[in-house]
Design a protein around this ligand. Structure first.
Ligand SMILES: C[S@@+](CC[C@H](N)C(=O)[O-])C[C@H]1O[C@@H](n2cnc3c(N)ncnc32)[C@H](O)[C@@H]1O
Length: 422
């Protein structure tokens, strides 16, 4: 048989699929299916994750080659249609409307959508393996069941469909209207929502702030998550008895994880008032004295309680801001810093082109544009991070960037070497 790129890729697909199945069996998991009883995510195994990555890489290149450039561009451009049905599923609570089985008429009665429209929406989503139909009766697949029973998953999908997608559709208009602006209100989000108020302030005016925080929680636990990498690959134990301040820490998931593993650490979570208001209710009772909250706007000086801590952690915060505002955030931190304090950023660090597996790079570049659409912000590469600290204050000593294995997020670290502040 002649050798060609697609034949090589097909061999990789075959070999990786075989290995994937074997590893699933080792972990006592069934072969993947669309049945609700299938597993929702992979167990914590580096080998499984690596095999999955290799398989997806090969499938995605093979698909692009088999489609050819016309087919590929067409597929890319038509992606928006999938979001119509997904948004409708969230908005009309279609997945929650039945447990086991229902007819279109029953679902239509529950959701208040005209039956014919409902059927069109559901049949389109079935082409993405969301819901299944047999003899005019609808049942759940693994994906629709997840939406049915997991409020965090629903919050995440709804947040993307109702905040990010409309913003994305106006991002290019915003670029044309405000070229080179670094202002958070000059965004696709502002145009889509007809507001001159920046994203986080706008969210804070409604229950959307809670939905956003719930959505953030969805992917933050488990293997390969930013939190598991944070626990595993940063030397928290070396701090001994100390204080961590999680700036923009939302509902305190990192604080909980750190406090659970390190009984001599106290974590203070800072976030906007409407976010921290819900925080204490999420903290297990035995950790309440060591995971505490304070309201804070990081464009102002930190509250007294958060001064002189050992580590200031910023997880997924800076990617929400342009350079101008990221530098302001760092400068506002200065009055809180004692000599030697660490600034630890857990965030995406954009790779140099072609240095990472295709799928991973694709995800990171997509996130970069997503941040532009919502907040006029950007992800940064290694040199940008160093530059940002230098610009903020020369007393920050940039310590470098580390890529914890198995995590999409990098650790960017600096030490404060200023004297006389505290
Ligand atoms: C992308 S979320 C990340 C949340 C959390 N650190 C995580 O990784 O899951 C950004 C966080 O920054 C918070 N935030 C936005 N503007 C802020 C401000 N001016 N002051 C303090 N926190 C702010 C948001 O409320 C949100 O919790």
């Amino acid at each position: 048989m002649p050798s060609s790129r697609i034949m090589d890729l097909a061999s990789v697909v075959m070999a990786s699929t075989t290995k994937f199945e074997e590893l699933l069996t080792t972990h006592k998991l069934p072969s993947p299916s669309f049945d609700p009883s299938t597993f929702a995510k992979l167990p914590p195994s580096d080998e499984l994750q690596e095999t999955q990555t290799a398989l997806l890489e090969a499938i995605s290149e093979l698909q692009a080659l088999v489609l050819g450039p016309i087919g590929m561009l067409r597929n890319n451009a038509l992606m928006y249609i999938d979001l119509i049905s997904l948004q409708a599923i969230c908005h009309f609570e279609i997945a929650q409307s039945f447990s086991e089985e229902a007819s279109y008429t029953q679902i239509s009665d529950k959701c208040g959508l005209d039956e014919i429209t409902l059927r069109r929406i559901m049949r389109q989503s079935m082409t993405n393996y969301i819901f299944k139909e047999h003899n005019n009766m609808i049942t759940h697949t693994a994906a629709s069941k997840l939406l049915h029973e997991n409020p965090m998953m629903r919050a995440w999908v709804a947040m993307i469909c109702e905040e990010s997608w409309p913003a994305a559709s106006r991002a290019v208009d915003a670029l044309a209207r405000w070229p080179r602006s670094q202002e958070p209100e000059h965004t696709g989000f502002a145009l889509a929502k007809n507001t001159s108020i920046p994203f986080f302030v706008e969210l804070g005016k409604s229950t959307r702030a809670k939905r956003f925080a719930d959505a953030m929680s969805m992917f933050e636990s488990g293997h390969g998550s930013a939190i598991s990498a944070l626990l595993k690959h940063y030397p928290w134990g070396a701090i001994g008895k100390g204080t961590i301040v999680d700036v923009g820490g939302s509902h305190g998931s990192r604080g909980i994880a750190i406090a659970e593993k390190y009984p001599s650490l106290h974590c203070i979570v800072l976030d906007l008032p409407e976010v921290v208001a819900d925080g204490p209710s999420k903290i297990p009772s035995d950790l309440k004295s060591r995971v505490t909250f304070a309201a804070h706007d990081f464009f102002t000086e930190p509250p007294e309680v958060a001064k002189a801590a050992d580590v200031y952690l910023f997880c997924r915060v800076f990617h929400n801001w342009s350079d101008k505002y990221s530098i302001k955030i760092l400068r506002n931190l200065v009055p809180a810093l004692k000599y030697g304090a660490r600034i630890l950023i857990s965030d995406i660090c954009l790779p140099e082109p072609h240095t990472l597996p295709y799928n991973l790079e694709r995800k990171m570049r997509a996130s970069d544009l997503g941040m532009m659409a919502m907040l006029n912000a950007r992800e940064r590469g290694r040199h940008d991070w160093a530059e940002m600290f230098r610009e903020a204050d020369e007393r920050f000593r940039f310590l470098g960037v580390q890529d914890p294995p198995g995590s999409q997020m990098a650790f960017i670290e600096a030490a404060w070497e200023g004297h006389g502040v505290l």
